[in-house]
Design a protein around this ligand. Structure first.
Ligand SMILES: C[S@@+](CC[C@H](N)C(=O)[O-])C[C@H]1O[C@@H](n2cnc3c(N)ncnc32)[C@H](O)[C@@H]1O
Length: 238
């Protein structure tokens, strides 16, 4: 699954300057450095704890590690040949803005690859997923890439090993595009609307928060239950 997603990034030369955004403890980075010199790889994450765990991995010792936000990357324009992000977009409050940042930090002709989830197909799982986290549609990913200025946008579907063996379909995508120009893009509408860190705790917000937390807690057990039920097949008729 990791190798298939990374293939979309075309890591075809060891000398590619590469940034892994939302690198966490470095699972995707470990795949990345099979193709690119570790000293050319920058791991960026918003969590110091995750980066500390990455720092403890000898294979990743040569990679630069930086604290930062995917939506406001601490790099100049045209800094990299490749931008990679695996399993992080679902946590970003404004993914469109982050993908514009991906374009800004890439040199013209550079490639971005973002791997993220697709919405689950079952109705109940979909409801839980939407209450918990961001599960963009395939069309959302493509729209964000094209709006940021990427060309040749391609979508590779990725199936989780457990879903594939159970006959399940696409579970995630690896979306890739080629940067077309240099410099910062024009601001999108979302960059003009400031985030409200001081939003008051109204009853509506509290209910939303509680429903989201409950959905997050139920998501994995509900998914396992539905997968087991699907494996058992249709119940016996009376
Ligand atoms: C599920 S982990 C994936 C880690 C890694 N890419 C991997 O393949 O194992 C998601 C990571 O995204 C990071 N993250 C979430 N939002 C972020 C943001 N806005 N900017 C940077 N990192 C972010 C989290 O701290 C976390 O380490």
């Amino acid at each position: 699954m990791r190798a298939r997603a990374l293939s979309a990034a075309q890591l075809d030369q060891p000398g590619l300057d590469t940034v892994d955004v939302g690198a966490g403890t470095g699972f995707a980075t470990e795949g990345l450095i099979e193709h690119v010199d570790a000293a050319r790889v920058t791991m960026l994450d918003q969590s110091a704890a995750q980066l500390r765990r990455a720092q403890a991995k000898p294979a990743l010792a040569a990679c630069r590690k930086l604290l930062g936000d995917a939506e406001d990357l601490p790099f100049p324009d045209d800094a990299f040949d490749r931008y990679v992000s695996c399993g992080s977009i679902e946590y970003w409050p404004d993914p469109e803005r982050a993908i514009r940042e991906a374009h800004r930090v890439l040199r013209p002709g550079g490639l971005a690859m973002v791997a993220g989830p697709l919405p689950p197909s079952g109705r109940a799982a979909r409801w839980l997923a939407d209450a918990w986290m961001l599960f963009p549609s395939r069309a959302d990913y493509v729209r964000w890439f094209e709006a940021a200025g990427f060309a040749d946008v391609r979508v590779l579907t990725v199936a989780a090993p457990w879903a594939a063996s159970a006959g399940g379909g696409a579970y995630a995508v690896a979306v890739a595009g080629r940067a077309t120009r240099s410099g910062a893009p024009a601001p999108s509408w979302s960059e003009t609307v400031p985030e409200r860190a001081d939003e008051p705790w109204t009853v509506r917000r509290l209910v939303r928060f509680a429903a989201g937390s409950l959905a997050g807690a139920l998501f994995i057990p509900a998914g396992i239950f539905m997968k087991l039920r699907a494996r058992r097949g249709p119940g016996r008729s009376p």
